[in-house]
Design a protein around this ligand. Structure first.
Ligand SMILES: C[S@@+](CC[C@H](N)C(=O)[O-])C[C@H]1O[C@@H](n2cnc3c(N)ncnc32)[C@H](O)[C@@H]1O
Length: 251
């Protein structure tokens, strides 16, 4: 495990990985987003029409585009210049999305109470200063505004977690290790790039959100729907262990 990884380094890694990452994304995102995250995020966000929405850590922008297609007024921010470039290229002229290059930990160019809803899909475990980020999200929301975010499940996806397999590759069970380690670790994303993740316990997440001032409305550990299992039968194994956790909070 590696602890001292600077933000400039993580931006560089996302920049280098942006093209490859984006290739795995269609207009529904990648397969995990299609199966697990999109249905959960959209059910938690509710009606988005005419809402001012911030997509915090937008990547190549598929979620911003889905929101804009549903008539939301979308601002999308990412600290990787390459991701923002790809997101702009992928956005047709008729969708007006305001893309900004910036760090979610400090979005001072955006005014207080600018958004009805903030969504952050698979980003919070990628950034170092989650406390500052939660404060920024709180500042940027109107009173009564909603913050929905998804992360890798902090109880199961930990530094060193993974399947225990037989010699033949049969999956026996999922191993969890280093749960109480908090900080940076490196893990391969896809087949090539080593990316940086930040692990925190579930207690740390929930207590920090409460200390920031948020009210927790609900949490979801998404599983595939019947329809998704018919389309992607191999995801049956996701009933053995949760990969993701999604939070809905209110200011
Ligand atoms: C796993 S990708 C998810 C992208 C997008 N939300 C999606 O669902 O496709 C994580 C993204 O967060 C961005 N990111 C990570 N830390 C960030 C930060 N502190 N501020 C802004 N963007 C950040 C990365 O550049 C990358 O594009």
């Amino acid at each position: 495990m590696k602890k001292n990884i600077k933000t400039e380094d993580t931006i560089k890694r996302w920049d280098n990985f942006a093209e490859t990452y984006s290739k795995s994304h269609t207009e529904q995102g990648d397969v995990h987003k299609e199966i697990f995250l999109n249905p959960t995020l959209f059910s938690l966000m509710g009606t988005v029409k005419n809402k001012k929405i911030l997509d915090a850590g937008c990547g190549e922008g598929y979620l911003s585009r889905l929101l804009a297609k549903s008539d939301a007024n979308v601002t999308a921010v990412d600290y990787s210049p390459k991701m923002i470039e790809i997101a702009r290229e992928r956005t047709p002229n008729e969708l007006s999305i305001h893309y900004i290059e910036g760090n979610c930990e400090d979005l001072h160019s955006l005014e207080d109470a600018s958004f009805d809803l903030i969504v952050s899909n698979m980003v919070i475990h990628d950034l170092e200063n989650y406390k500052k980020t939660f404060k920024e999200m709180f500042r940027l929301l109107v009173d009564g505004g909603t913050f929905v975010f998804s992360i890798l499940h902090p109880c199961f996806v930990t530094p060193g977690s993974g399947w225990e397999k037989t010699e033949n590759g049969e999956k026996l069970h999922w191993n969890v290790d280093n749960y109480f380690y908090e900080g940076a670790y490196e893990q391969k994303l896809g087949n090539t790039e080593k990316m940086v993740y930040f692990h925190r316990t579930l207690t740390t997440y929930i207590n920090t959100l409460i200390q920031t001032g948020f009210t927790l409305e609900c949490m979801v550990e998404p599983v595939p729907s019947k329809e998704m299992l018919e389309k992607y039968p191999s995801f049956e194994e996701d009933f053995r262990c949760a990969d993701f956790m999604v939070f809905k909070l209110k200011k």
